[in-house]
Design a protein around this ligand. Structure first.
Ligand SMILES: Nc1nc2c(c(=O)[nH]1)N[C@H]1C(S)=C(S)[C@@H](COP(=O)(O)O)O[C@H]1N2
Ligand SMILES: [Mo]
Length: 206
């Protein structure tokens, strides 16, 4: 039995439903760090950080760190799946639902179909708008009960757990609502446009 089969079998032994593990993935309790470029640094009070909701939205709005913290928060416990084949079960995140944030900005415009996330230093990733309107899509600022560490995207990252984790931008600075799909950094560099781990949508067809 190879590594992947052993890893999958060990889940059942631990009483974990192996069907939670998408095809081609292995489960780990570690939390690997993956990104391109440098980890940004901010003032201790994050006064040089803000989050802008822009594009096809009722009222384009920029939130400061204290303004984001003042919004009603939600906690989720969820599995995450990286395209480099690791999955981590039962990760706990706290933050503001994307849906609630958009509502706070007057709601998505009627023609909005997609979003583009932009992070510090220009990393981008795209998603259908519908994928961030569910209960599990969070603008997150806590992981496992503590502020998100800088290497994992602190102060604020997106968490969209039902898609490969490259869709969850660390150091999130803006969400733009669009009436078309606009491929982001990895999507322009060979990754799948949508990225459903259970359909193993790792790379684009072309
Ligand atoms: N800003 C930014 N966000 C990013 C990335 C990146 O390079 N830059 N990498 C993505 C990828 S490929 C993955 S797998 C996850 C990794 O998150 P982690 O380092 O917290 O495990 O962040 C995603 N978000
Ligand atoms: Mo990744």
């Amino acid at each position: 039995m190879g590594f992947f089969e052993r890893n999958r079998a060990s889940l059942a032994e631990r009483g974990i439903d192996p069907s939670r593990l998408p095809p081609g993935q292995y489960s780990t309790d570690r939390f690997p760090v993956l990104h391109v470029g440098d980890v940004p640094t901010y003032a201790p009070d994050f006064s040089d950080w803000s989050l802008t909701i822009t594009g096809l939205i009722g009222t384009p709005t920029t939130f400061s760190w204290p303004e984001l913290l003042a919004l009603p928060a939600t906690e989720i416990v969820t599995d995450i799946h990286c395209v480099t084949k690791w999955s981590k079960f039962d990760t706990r995140w706290r933050g503001v639902r994307v849906r609630d944030l958009l509502e706070r900005c007057g709601g998505a415009g009627p023609t909005a179909t997609h979003i583009l996330e932009t992070a510090e230093h220009g990393y981008t990733t795209n998603l259908p708008l519908a994928d961030v309107l569910g209960d599990d899509a969070l603008v997150a600022y806590e992981f496992a009960g503590a502020p998100i560490e800088a290497v994992h995207g602190g102060p604020v990252r997106l968490v969209v757990p039902h898609l490969y984790f490259w869709k969850s931008a660390k150091w999130l600075r803006s969400i733009e609502l669009l009436d078309h799909d606009q491929p982001g950094f990895w999507e322009r560099n060979g990754y799948h446009d949508y990225g459903d781990p259970f359909r193993e949508q790792r790379y684009s067809q072309s």
